[in-house]
Design a protein around this ligand. Structure first.
Ligand code: UN1
Length: 508
């Protein structure tokens, strides 16, 4: 299907307002910006840019919608999410193709992105019937002590290009069943995916009599994100992006005593122990380092290999890298699509230049491809853990390999970076596996044994420590970030005993 037909099928060929609330409110906008196909550099669409004036309309509409939504029972809110997911299921192929077209993910990963949205929707629908607080033993007679959870109000969601739909769904579906309205500012590199998803969600919300609970702000200028951070009407701001921007967002939100939920940079390592099964390591590292063109927060960037396996593993990986098909993400044979844009390709080139200047030795790759699109070779380099380029997150398929001798040393290397998102060990030895996931082991939010660093399921809470920001999204009890906790004490007796045995009576 050519891109024009796809956009027509998804009703993205009509002019868009740049900002949207409810289902069809047109607002003036502030000029246009373009979105392109990273595989050939062709402009896919001109997008209306939301103005500061649009911003206020969107936030006001969301604030009003949140006040209505909190009165709707949680299972009814779950029903709305279920209906949105039904529409996503019907359009899975189209949406997956749009993801490939706009951000360059290969076919299977584009489909995986939409699948991840449906998975979190299922989770949210179940959750909507399970919100519960604890009832605790009161020390006072005839008193009941319990905790309950209420919605926050408006949740802002700022997403990155690399998961242009799924990360919104992690936040939005959980936020909505929790009773919050959601305002989304997607990456300016993936506005069409956002618009397609937003229109589905907003239409279902309107059909359910809940217009305005999904807001959208499309802009390529930083000003709207900055406003969101500073805006006291946004109770929670979920931010996915670099640690540098995340730090500023967190500081701005904290200054107004708002809540932020950060999912920032990762610098994820795989440790390969001497007893590892290389038949598992090779595909796991290939998917982790080359999958999504190395543009996941969870991508494998460092490979810490026991010295006895270092050369054999590098040889195996070099052989596998040579067979990676680079090209059109929509071709089912392709494993490596383009980087998102020319800037990303420049960052790749500069990282390769820096690692070579430090003394790194390229095992495979190291070059970008000429011609249209932003393609680079999958790149494997011998490196040292302390080199500045190895310490940084570069969103590209570059893997830094380094040997180790003792497990303690490997774990120290794993932890000796600013970021703390994901980590893996490959071993058949139970003591090594346990040491890796013990308190003195990996310091990351995700620690895997015999599977790679990327491609987490939605069931557990997702996020990481240190410069990754500490936030947790998606499954488990991540929903608590989207609600406020209230401790309730009910005295149903006829006396007023005070806690801690305090006496405070007026003497007769
Ligand atoms: C991200 O890169 O921001 O674990 C999210 C994974 C995906 C999500 C990645 N489920 O790789």
């Amino acid at each position: 299907m050519d891109s024009r037909r796809l956009l027509a099928e998804l009703r993205l060929d009509r002019a868009n307002p740049g900002a949207a609330f409810g289902d069809a409110v047109e607002v003036p906008g502030a000029g246009h910006f373009s979105t392109e196909n990273p595989a050939d550099g062709a402009v896919l669409a001109e997008i209306g840019r939301a103005s500061v004036y649009d911003y206020d309309h969107v936030i006001a509409a969301a604030t009003a919608a949140a006040a209505r939504l909190r009165a709707v029972p949680a299972p009814v809110r779950g029903e709305l999410v279920r209906r949105i997911a039904m529409r996503l299921r019907e359009r899975k192929e189209l949406l997956a193709t749009l993801v490939s077209l706009e951000v360059g993910k290969i076919r299977s990963e584009g489909a995986g992105e939409i699948q991840e949205m449906m998975d979190i929707a299922d989770f949210a629908v179940g959750l909507a019937r399970q919100f519960g607080g604890r009832t605790l033993a009161s020390e006072r007679p005839s008193h009941r002590l319990y905790e309950q959870w209420h919605p926050l109000g408006v949740a802002g969601v700022i997403t990155a290009f690399n998961f242009p739909a799924a990360v919104w769904a992690w936040n939005a579906f959980i936020a909505v069943v929790c009773g919050n309205a959601v305002v989304w500012k997607p990456s300016p590199k993936a506005p069409l995916v956002a618009l397609a998803v937003h229109r589905i969600a907003a239409a279902e919300a309107a059909a359910a009599g809940l217009p305005g609970i999904f807001g959208l702000l499309l802009s390529d200028e930083p000003v709207l994100g900055q406003r969101m951070a500073a805006d006291a009407r946004i109770a929670l701001l979920s931010f996915t992006g670099s640690s540098a921007v995340g730090r500023t967002v967190a500081q701005t939100v904290a200054a107004r005593f708002g809540r932020s939920l950060l999912e920032c940079s990762g610098n994820n390592a795989v440790i390969v122990a001497p007893d590892a099964d290389l038949a598992l390591v090779t595909p796991a590292v290939l998917f982790g380092a080359v999958g999504t063109a190395g543009q996941r927060c969870t991508s494998t960037r460092r490979l810490i290999v026991h010295e006895s396996l270092f050369e054999p593993l590098l040889a195996r990986l070099g052989h596998a890298y040579a067979r990676v098909r680079i090209g059109d993400p929509l071709d089912p044979a392709t494993l490596l699509g383009p980087l998102i844009d020319a800037h990303a390709r420049d960052l790749y080139r500069s990282a390769v230049g820096q690692v070579c200047a430090s003394g790194g030795e390229i095992v495979f790759g190291g070059r970008h491809l000429d011609g249209p699109g932003y393609f680079v070779q999958p790149t494997l380099v011998r490196a040292r853990p302390e080199w500045p380029v190895v310490q940084r997150e570069t969103f590209a398929p570059i893997l830094y390999a380094m040997p180790y001798r003792e497990l303690d040393e490997a774990i120290t290397i794993n932890n000796a970076v600013e970021q703390g998102l994901s980590s893996s060990i490959f071993t058949r030895d139970i003591a090594s596996a346990e040491a890796f996931v013990a308190a003195a082991g990996s310091d990351c939010g995700i620690a895997n044994v015999n599977c790679g660093t990327s491609g987490a399921e939605i069931g557990a809470a997702f996020g990481g420590e240190k410069a990754t920001g500490g936030g947790r999204e998606a499954g488990s009890d991540a929903w608590k970030a989207y609600m406020r906790r209230q401790a309730v004490t009910i005295n149903w007796g006829r006396e007023l005993p005070l806690a801690q045995g305090v006496q405070f009576d007026i003497q007769p």
